[in-house]
Design a protein around this ligand. Structure first.
Ligand SMILES: Nc1ncnc2c1ncn2[C@@H]1O[C@H](COP(=O)(O)OP(=O)(O)OP(=O)(O)O)[C@@H](O)[C@H]1O
Length: 682
């Protein structure tokens, strides 16, 4: 059978196919081929029926599938992203791509040297691409996952000829029960197999695994140990998680190595007292000791002496978490994590990167709190006493973005203010520049923005000397920037610059902490009043799908507080029409029908030629804007159009609130000023 498969290989004289044939047959080969590579090649021929000479584009999973896969990895993915950034910095100026795949070989995130971007694109290294061994033959990521161990696949060790210019080094990542979760890979076009890259990948993978294990073990006692006390809390430490009865629920691979076990299954399910020569009682006592000083622990391995610390379960974990917990802030030194894992992980990551020179990209539907979160990060960071400047790229007419952002010198163009304009970037100097709706930044200006980020200087329009600038950039969008880059609508080099770390704000309907958010917003909006919420009303709010997310919820709560005459908000204070677009009854949709045209036009740019309809549209717009106190985001949600469309409509109908200036169309849009200490969970 295998013979037949080998014969199927095209005999077109390429050395690569011949090399594979000989190696699989066990014949001598011109170059030394590692046994694991020979086995992988056999699988490629025998099991997957791949042809080494046939060009194969990687399959790319659907966007929703990719997102679901990312969500499945949860906190581990966030931890991995940070680790990948660290790796990228260590490998600066060498041409490489760093990738994390899930257990199926789907690339979940990619970062890399811009000089490698072309090769990466050509090779099919992109988020969503499937690099399993079954799909693309012997390769770093796929074969590492197949073999469940780290591996270097150097050039012609790749099965497909198309990949033989690459060198790929990958290491696996496991969860605390030993389930294979992911592979971390560094790929480049180096002509030498790089052992130091292997060491880097292995350390990074271990770091990710250890931190993810500790995170997953938060509900349990966690013993962190090593034969040398100074190695406790380093990537080499062993971690064992156990419950109150001493039952081991998980561990990391270092624990297996240190205690001489081969597999997680041998340790998990055992009693910790039978694994170590230390009683559960002693370990529990260690858990109650303050500080992290490792204490001696006896193990069953003869003379092996270990040192360890025991972390008690986090008091706020799961069901034990007290209800009505304090409002979460990024600034808080001892924060209570949100019950929603995505929100908790966003906070965790944000805290870790907020004082580092890492750009943050916030993704999420409208109203999920991207702007609010950006302000919270700024307020909690070392830049808090410097400006936070928000620019809404969708709200500024395209022609004005350049001068608004970069500023201009006096007389730079006809109509320029006599004294010139410093521009939003310079106004943010020392602080944070928040680029909201970055997906709407015109392509022509993306290159200029990239130059500012890279060179850290701004050249105002009409100026001759660049001005140095120190800004941290947080950007936000509801667009799929990756998709936009593949369509050439967004520069990929800018995308990689902005996307130091990506945090996705979950929609309210998916948040597991909705009751807490309701309570927190009531507290925030009620000020000094002590307000309760009735059960029936809470149940009604929990059933809602909240298409306008936190913005909609906050408005509903404001309305409830305004109408309520007692200290308890009840279902009778509630008006179903506030849920327009959520689960509102028919009459509540009447207003929506008046603006149906808006929905149908969506982003199209048609000119109105029907005056009657145009008047009706104008009136509907005005009514909605007034009802929303000219909060454009809120009005856009109510009208079910994008903010960009709404701004354009307002512009077309000349709808600008009396006294409103361009600046006021940017940023806060009627949100109350940011009150650092009073933030609620984003
Ligand atoms: N954690 C929070 N605590 C209290 N209020 C919040 C929180 N997050 C968001 N909000 C409120 O929800 C509303 C929407 O938030 P924000 O404007 O930040 O959302 P967004 O995702 O930036 O929306 P858009 O994409 O439309 O700009 C605002 O009124 C904001 O003050």
């Amino acid at each position: 059978m295998m013979e037949e498969k080998i014969m199927v290989l095209r005999q077109d004289g390429t050395g690569h196919a011949r090399l594979i044939q000989s190696a699989v047959k066990g014949q001598p080969t011109a170059i030394d081929i590692d046994q694991s590579v020979r086995h992988s090649w056999s699988r490629c021929l025998g099991n997957y029926s791949l042809d080494p000479l046939k060009t194969k584009q990687p399959i790319v999973v659907e966007r929703v599938d990719l997102q679901a896969r990312r969500e499945r990895l949860g906190t581990m993915l966030q931890i991995a992203r940070i680790e990948m950034l660290g790796l990228a910095r260590q490998m600066q100026h060498s041409e490489f791509g760093i990738m994390l795949t899930d257990a199926d070989g789907v690339i979940l995130c990619y970062t890399g040297d811009p000089a490698f971007a072309d090769t990466a694109r050509r090779s099919g290294f992109r988020e969503g691409a499937v690099w399993s061994e079954r799909e693309l033959g012997t390769n770093g990521m796929g074969t590492c996952l197949m073999m469940r161990r780290s591996i270097i696949i150097h050039r012609s060790e790749h099965f497909l000829l198309q990949n033989t210019a690459l060198t790929c080094t990958a290491a696996p990542i496991f969860d605390m029960q030993g389930k294979l979760l992911a592979a971390l890979d560094i790929s480049g076009s180096s002509s030498e197999p790089q052992m130091h890259t292997l060491a880097l990948v292995e350390i990074a993978a271990k770091n990710i695994e250890n931190r993810a294990v500790l995170e997953a073990a938060r509900g349990y006692h966690a013993l962190r140990f090593h034969p040398f006390p100074e190695f406790v809390s380093t990537p080499g430490e062993g971690v064992i998680a156990f419950d109150e009865a001493g039952l081991i629920v998980g561990c990391n691979r270092a624990a297996l190595d240190l205690l001489n076990y081969r597999e997680h299954g041998e340790l998990c399910g055992e009693n910790i007292g039978s694994v170590l020569e230390t009683s559960l009682g002693t370990l529990m006592q260690l858990a109650s000791r303050p500080g992290m000083r490792p204490e001696p622990i006896a193990a069953h391995l003869g003379h092996l002496r270990l040192f360890g610390v025991v972390q008690a379960p986090a008091s706020d974990f799961g069901a034990n978490r007290p209800s009505g917990s304090p409002v979460l802030t990024l600034r808080n030194t001892d924060p209570t994590p949100s019950r929603d894992p995505v929100v908790a992980s966003n906070h965790h990551v944000a805290r870790r990167v907020m004082n580092r020179d890492i750009s943050i990209l916030l993704l999420g539907e409208t109203g999920t709190g991207k702007g609010f979160f950006a302000k919270s990060i700024h307020a909690a960071s070392e830049r808090a006493d410097k400006p936070f400047v928000s620019v809404n790229c969708a709200a500024i007419p395209e022609l004005l973005i350049e001068s608004e952002l970069f500023g201009y010198k006096p007389g730079a163009f006809t109509g320029a203010a006599r004294q010139g304009h410093s521009g939003r970037i310079l106004q943010a100097n020392g602080g944070t520049l928040f680029l909201d709706e970055i997906g709407d930044m015109p392509l022509s200006l993306q290159a200029r923005l990239l130059t500012v980020i890279e060179d850290r200087e701004v050249m105002p329009l009409g100026g001759s000397k660049p001005v140095p600038v120190d800004i941290r950039i947080i950007s936000a969008t509801h667009c799929d920037l990756i998709e936009m880059t593949s369509r050439g609508q967004f520069r990929d080099d800018l995308y990689y610059r902005l996307n130091g770390i990506t945090l996705t704000m979950p929609p309210l309907r998916k948040r597991q902490d909705l009751p807490e958010m309701v309570q927190a917003l009531i507290k925030l909006e009620a000020g000094d009043r002590s307000i309760r919420i009735g059960d029936a009303l809470m149940q009604r709010l929990l059933r809602c799908s909240w298409p306008g997310n936190l913005r909609q919820l906050r408005n509903v709560i404001r309305n409830l507080l305004a109408l309520s005459e007692t200290d308890e908000l009840s279902l009778t204070d509630f008006d179903e029409r506030w849920l327009l677009g959520a689960s509102a009854p028919a009459e509540a949709r009447i207003e929506a029908h008046a603006v149906t045209r808006l929905n149908h036009e969506a982003d199209a740019d048609d000119e109105d030629d029907d005056d009657v309809l145009a008047d009706a549209e104008r009136a509907a717009l005005l009514r909605t804007l007034e009802a929303c106190r000219w909060n454009v985001s809120e009005a856009a949600v109510r009208l079910h159009v994008s903010r960009k469309t709404l701004y354009r409509k307002m512009h077309r109908h000349g709808l600008i609130r009396h006294g409103q200036r361009l600046d006021s169309l940017q940023g806060a849009e009627g949100d109350p000023p940011h009150a650092g200490a009073g933030l609620t969970p984003s």
